[in-house]
Design a protein around this ligand. Structure first.
Ligand SMILES: [Zn+2]
Length: 414
């Protein structure tokens, strides 16, 4: 039995149409200010570059002709952008295509020699991995998570330097870290990580100093959102809620194609919404939080409460016991599943309230398991975290085409 992140994706085309209209308006307004012409063409170039890079990523190997056709950009624009991407070594020539007649097109693909170092920081074991730009893991190691952030920074730096040293053929773009807590972008610190039992800390500074690479950090549930959008089947999804069940309960919210962060990065902190103020104490010092009823640790508590074991097993052992038919283990997981359901109803109620407030009636949210294997979802998200700085948001191709069309329309207006 595998516990995967779950996704809620509100359906209905109303959201999509509304969002696209807003974007068109923004673009047209930008285009109408002649004094911002330089900035505008810079922005447009950036958008086009992101469109082409993401198309190559999704459809590689792909010819320039297909890039122009699918993106709606002009052939000359596509040629300029791809030449630059080849010069910058993001893109390389792939195999030569075969057509019944005429010139053979040259296919383009991402340069797999560009790599990202990713870290999945968890309360007990931290995984450090090397990934290529396509989210394929080339090596991976788990180490016990140190008890304090200073030791962790030193240990992680040492391991990261070792791993980089063992891949001399790769060019590293940066380090992406998934943290079991909330990361405040403005203060560049992890503010709220109750399961880690570390004080507020800065991991980014020491790691950047030790490795010379830029470090990006993101909450674990948000990392799972990025994994799904970049490497999963959520290419066309603009609105999604990810619920991750592990030592804690994490919620990542993706609205209008963007991660919702909120004040101090605390958006989506549903795991610590109390369901019962008289309930058991939580790691956040509150009582009866959703997490207390729905996390892996909740299942272990249920198992111990049933008198099954004085010395509690690990969650993995509990899963094996349940698979072998142990009634008490099954009962503990059943109670945990009910706990997950109670909180999910709360999350769905919030989404529905939002939808109704916007006077848009769509299909009810769909609940499904995540595409990525649970063990790699956070690592994949950390890959996307670093890539999105170069690729821009991973917008779906149909949108990109419409966006490119909208831009052309805006230029004609001017
Ligand atoms: Zn709590």
């Amino acid at each position: 039995m595998l516990w995967r992140p779950l996704f809620l994706a509100p359906g209905g085309d109303g959201w999509f149409a509304g969002e696209l209209r807003v974007r068109i308006l923004v673009l047209m307004r930008r285009m109408n200010f002649t004094d911002t012409q330089v900035a505008t063409s810079g922005t447009a170039r950036g958008i086009n570059r992101g469109i082409v890079l993401n198309l190559i990523r999704r459809r590689q190997p792909i010819s320039r002709a297909d890039l122009a056709r699918v993106s709606g950009l002009q052939r000359s624009t596509v040629s300029l952008i791809t030449e630059q991407l080849i010069r910058e070594k993001w893109v390389i020539y792939g195999p030569t295509g075969r057509l019944p007649r005429g010139r053979r097109p040259t296919f383009l693909q991402l340069n797999e020699k560009r790599a990202i170092l990713v870290v999945d920081l968890r309360p007990s074991i931290t995984t450090i991995a090397v990934s290529d730009v396509n989210g394929r893991f080339l090596s991976q190691q788990g180490i016990p998570t140190p008890a304090d952030p200073q030791t962790a920074a030193a240990k992680f730096s040492e391991k990261i330097r070792q791993m980089i040293g063992s891949h001399p053929e790769l060019v590293f773009e940066g380090i992406g870290i998934s943290v079991p807590g909330r990361f405040d972008e403005h203060r560049q610190r992890v503010l709220f990580a109750p399961n880690l039992k570390w004080p507020e800390f800065d991991l980014r500074g020491p790691l950047e100093k030790a490795t010379g690479l830029q470090v990006d950090m993101e909450n674990a549930a948000n990392a799972c959102v990025l994994a799904e959008v970049w490497f999963g089947h959520a290419e066309k999804t603009r609105d999604m809620v990810v619920v991750t069940i592990s030592e804690g309960v994490g919620v990542g919210m993706f609205t209008n194609g963007q991660l919702a962060r909120g004040l101090n990065g605390m958006a989506g902190e549903f795991g610590h919404v109390p369901l019962d103020l008289e309930g058991p104490q939580c790691s956040c010092k509150g009582h009866g939080c959703w997490e207390v009823y729905a996390s892996n640790w909740a299942a272990l508590r249920y198992y111990q409460e049933s008198g099954a074991a004085s010395n509690g097993p690990s969650f993995q052992v509990l899963l094996s016991l349940a698979e072998s038919g142990d009634q008490m283990a099954l009962k503990a997981l059943d109670r945990m599943a009910h706990g997950i359901g109670r909180g999910m109803r709360m999350v769905v109620a919030v989404i529905q309230a939002e939808v109704e407030a916007a006077v848009l009636v769509g299909k009810p949210p769909r609940v499904r398991p995540a595409a990525a294997e649970p063990s790699v979802a956070r690592l994949r998200g950390a890959v996307a975290l670093v890539l999105q700085k170069h690729f821009g948001p991973s917008a779906p191709v149909t949108r990109l085409r419409e966006l490119a069309g909208a831009r052309r329309a805006a230029l004609r207006v001017q």
